[in-house]
Ligand binder design. Structure first.
Ligand code: ZN
Length: 540
């Protein structure tokens, strides 16, 4: 059996893996490439396989970097079955047509320019209609049930805690009378994030394909982040500016609403009257799908709803559906909070709000999710002082904040914990879905702590997978964790440092920025001394 890595290799978008057994071809995810300048080419290229030859597509979750090329796959001849959870299907039913619509609009805009330049016209990657047609290939399955796909292949989806309906996929494949278990982690959730349950534990794997988006970072605490967000809102409102939150329509927007609901319901009545606009038709539809899938929420959220406090409903929460309502936000008197998509600012209404607020010294932009290389969001976050929006140069003068603790992805500690919980460890781990630093750092950590083979998957690579009985017994004889105690100490100190850092930043919003800067430098000093200490312990 072979596995081919056809996306999300040394990057975070375009997830797509192909399993080829002696009888079948199975695709895991078929996502859009986003951000980089060559994304468009990568999306338009021929697939590395004949779409008509694929028997099953197993979809980990609805996010467009995992599902966004499904309509193209169908358009190019796929006739198999697409298996996903019910919530993933429901979310795809709104996200894929939305993506088709965006493709059509983008091409229309490009073609208008091409006509003026005397160039030939281009076709959209796929249309809204293509996207709708692709939905009829979906077949919905339940979490935690082993499904027999063929005589040789069984599959189970487990809650990955990343977004509504997200799954870790376990596959058992029989070949030449031997069974091999391959696990695809999908995107693994962040334990601290509201609404979603914690990622499920997997008991065993022969081979593991694992994401490592934050393989080199430890998120700060959610409580501090909430206070930080509150400070940002209060400070911005005092200055008469707007708070613009670029947010993924599906998942992150609902989590932000949960947090704003918490802040508004708490004693911090200062922000009770500030209007919150959710300006994204997709986010509005997604919120309705969340509301109808309460059974998938974590216990805290279920309890909140049981007590009568729906996190998606609070005073002054305004959902703006039409373009007119969206435009009217720009003429809103007084400060407001605008939550709009797309999360990486590449498309959608958020670009209008950035255009109207980036140049204003009293407004702010709060990033709450991963910003892929090359996206408008990443460029703003990286400190570019001038960006182009709708062909116009916009000066970046407002304050920029990054609350990446709100990420839907596990951080380094979360990833390591999830891997540690696998009782029978895989003989080999392929790391995907991360940028180079994250992959290298997490690969090193896995090798050091578990003494297993780790490979950073590269684009287009195909690897032969063999039965692993012997190797597993060798692994079992070795201690699985060697530096766990040391690591925990380092993590604790790291999280203390993060808390101090956030508190300092909090204060710097209101008080003496120079003093805070000095303290931050001092802390970086402590951090590097800690690193030395960590190395010293490990080498001792
Ligand atoms: Zn995702």
């Amino acid at each position: 059996m072979k596995i081919s890595f056809l996306g999300a290799t040394e990057m975070v978008t375009g997830s797509c893996y192909l399993l080829t057994t002696d009888k079948h071809k199975i695709l895991i995810d078929c996502g859009l490439f986003q951000g980089d300048s060559d994304s468009d080419d990568l999306n338009r290229n021929q697939f590395d396989f004949d779409p008509a030859s694929i028997d099953f597509l197993l979809l980990t979750h609805s996010h467009i970097d995992h599902s966004g090329r499904i309509p193209l796959l169908v358009k190019r001849g796929f006739k198999g079955k697409i298996l996903s959870t019910k919530a993933t299907f429901e979310l795809c039913s709104i996200m894929l047509p939305d993506s088709g619509y965006i493709q059509e609009m983008d091409v229309e805009w490009i073609n208008r320019k091409r006509i003026r330049a005397g160039k030939t016209l281009i076709q959209p990657l796929y249309t809204l209609d293509d996207a709708e047609k692709s939905l009829k290939y979906f077949q919905v399955i339940n979490y935690d049930e082993i499904i027999k796909l063929t005589d040789e292949i069984e599959v189970r989806f487990k809650d990955a805690g990343h977004v509504l309906g997200s799954a870790i996929i376990e596959l058992w494949i029989k070949e030449k009378d031997k069974k091999i278990k391959i696990v695809f982690s999908g995107d693994l959730g962040n334990k601290d994030i509201p609404i979603m349950k914690n990622p499920s534990i997997v008991d065993e794997a022969d081979y593991l394909i694992m994401e490592a988006t934050y393989g080199n970072k430890v998120h700060g605490s959610i409580e501090n982040t909430l206070l930080f967000l509150l400070d940002i809102i209060i400070h911005t409102v005092e200055n008469g500016g707007n708070i613009v939150i670029p947010s993924f329509a599906v998942g992150r927007t609902q989590e932000i609403l949960y947090m704003l609901n918490m802040l508004k319901e708490s004693e911090y009545s200062k922000i009770k009257d500030i209007p919150v606009f959710v300006d994204s038709p997709l986010a509005i539809n997604a919120t309705n799908i969340f509301k109808s899938n309460e059974d998938l929420f974590d216990d805290e959220t279920k309890e909140l709803i049981r007590k009568g406090d729906n996190p998606f409903e609070f005073p002054n929460l305004i959902f703006t559906k039409t373009a007119e309502e969206s435009k009217a936000i720009n003429f809103h008197e007084g400060s407001c909070i605008i939550v709009s998509a797309s999360g990486m600012c590449e498309a959608g209404r958020i670009r209008h709000h950035l255009k109207h607020n980036l140049w204003r010294g009293n407004s702010c932009v709060v990033f709450v999710g991963y910003q892929a290389k090359g996206t408008l969001g990443r460029r703003i976050l990286d400190g570019e002082k001038k960006v182009k929006i709708f062909g116009e140069d916009i000066y970046v003068n407002c304050k920029i904040y990054n609350l990446n603790v709100l990420s839907g992805h596990a951080d380094q500690k979360g990833l390591l914990e999830w891997f540690s919980a696998i009782k029978k460890k895989p003989v080999k781990v392929f790391l995907t879905h991360g940028e180079e630093d994250a992959l290298l750092s997490f690969s090193k950590l896995l090798k050091e702590n578990f003494n297993i083979e780790v490979e950073i998957a590269s684009m287009g690579e195909t690897v032969e997978i063999e039965s692993v009985e012997e190797s597993i017994s060798i692994i079992a004889e070795k201690p699985s964790i060697t530096h766990k105690a040391d690591l925990n100490v380092i993590y604790d100190i790291e999280s203390i440092l993060n808390s101090i850092r956030e508190t300092l930043i909090n204060n710097s919003v209101l008080n003496d920025i120079n003093k805070a800067k000095l303290l931050l430098e001092k802390m970086e000093d402590i951090r590097s001394q800690l690193k030395n200490l960590d190395n010293f312990i490990k080498n001792a």
